[in-house]
Design a protein around this ligand. Structure first.
Ligand SMILES: Cc1cc2nc3c(=O)[nH]c(=O)nc-3n(C[C@H](O)[C@H](O)[C@H](O)COP(=O)(O)OP(=O)(O)OC[C@H]3O[C@@H](n4cnc5c(N)ncnc54)[C@H](O)[C@@H]3O)c2cc1C
Length: 341
């Protein structure tokens, strides 16, 4: 088929790569390739660390996608960091949160090992004295900018739609065109990038006095400190309050942050849907497929999304849990209901 992919973020690029591998002729269109949410993403491939009650489907999808990452990273020649995620509680209240999360993960079939203060110290000595932690085996991280750069080196991107496609895949993140624009909203996330001589060696996700914070080390001494989350209507900008919150919680958990070089602060919109699940499949319009709305998990879910879109074009059934029509139909019903009242 001749396929146009709108959007060259991590989703559009992995979809395009998979379609090309399966023999389709693909044009990718994006005036600003890889500068959307994928540019800010920390790159945690963490289906369990963030799962919460009612999000079991995301855990299932995330676990399936995580299993596809080693082959993708290998093919693209990007580093995959495989040290377990440490879920850290700074004080006794924060530790309760860690224990609740570990119990939830265990109940859903995952592996979470509780660590006392001394075990955390032995495992990650650069952290402050914390109340305790849980180690989540099997989780990973990747540098999304390296992933997008490797994909952009293989796939040319043009700034205008060449037309003539049999199928258009809309992968424009938080900015869907009409009539789908209302299906995705932006949730601003701010992160800092720092460079340190003494970085943590694990992805550390934690709570400090109830404030969520994460530290994601790369191989070169760089550490991503994130992230804020704010529902808003305006363009995503870095705010003084956001930086303050990240630095306050970050340096409490990792005192070495004080000596690290501040390299960058970035804000982008996460593409969120009403039920927290992505939109992967038919759009309701002939020849248009959606691959968007991946919220906090777009990097994690990229290889699974690519596979699902390519399978769909090859004639497979759509996965009902991510079928966009669940929200398109619900939206129309709400509209009719409102008009009748
Ligand atoms: C601070 C932060 C931290 C995050 N951390 C993680 C993490 O650790 N792990 C994880 O899995 N996920 C994480 N995410 C979520 C992840 O970044 C997103 O889910 C993912 O990047 C979405 O990818 P995308 O390709 O759909 O969107 P984007 O990366 O936003 O790409 C969309 C592209 O579409 C283009 N575009 C827009 N309109 C058009 C148009 N009309 N025509 C053509 N092109 C268009 C844009 O220029 C852009 O390049 C994080 C997000 C944020 C903001």
């Amino acid at each position: 088929m001749r396929v146009t992919v709108l959007g060259a973020g991590v989703i559009g690029l992995t979809v395009a790569d998979e379609l090309i591998r399966r023999g389709h002729t693909v044009a990718v269109v994006d005036p600003h390739p890889a500068r959307g949410a994928s540019y800010a993403a920390a790159g945690m491939l963490s289906p369990a660390a963030e799962v919460w009650h009612g999000e079991e489907e995301i855990l299932r999808l995330g676990t399936a996608s995580l299993a596809l990452w080693p082959a993708l990273a290998d093919r693209l020649g990007v580093e995959l960091r495989t040290a377990p995620t440490l879920l850290v509680g700074y004080d006794a209240g924060d530790l309760q949160q860690v224990e609740r999360q570990a119990a939830l993960v265990g109940g859903l079939g995952g592996r979470a090992t509780l660590l006392d203060r001394a075990a955390v110290r032995a495992c990650e000595p650069v952290l402050a004295r914390v109340a305790g932690a849980a180690s989540l085996e099997g989780e990973m991280s990747v540098d999304p900018r390296a992933v997008c750069a490797a994909l952009l080196a293989r796939i040319p991107v043009v700034s205008g739609d060449p037309g003539g496609a049999d199928v258009t895949v809309v992968a424009t993140g938080a900015c869907l065109p009409e009539p789908w624009a209302g299906l995705v909203r932006g949730v601003r996330g701010e992160i800092l990038r720092v460079r340190s001589d003494d970085p943590p060696t694990h992805t550390v996700r934690g709570w400090v006095g109830g404030e969520p914070i994460y530290l994601v080390p790369r191989g070169n001494g760089e550490v991503v400190v994130g992230a804020t989350a704010e529902e808003h209507q305006a363009p995503p900008v870095v705010t003084a309050g956001g930086v303050h919150r990240l630095l306050t919680a970050g340096r409490t958990l990792w005192p070495g942050l004080d000596r690290a070089e501040l390299v960058e602060s970035t804000a982008r919109d996460r593409p969120a849907t009403a039920d927290g699940r992505p939109l992967i499949g038919p759009s309701g319009a002939d020849g248009v497929v959606l691959a968007a709305g991946h919220h906090r998990h777009g990097v994690l879910l990229a290889p699974l999304t690519a596979r699902l879109v390519a399978d769909l074009l090859d004639g497979a059934a759509v996965d009902p849990s991510v079928d966009p029509r669940r929200l398109i139909t619900a939206g129309k019903e709400r509209h009719v209901d409102h008009a009748q009242r």
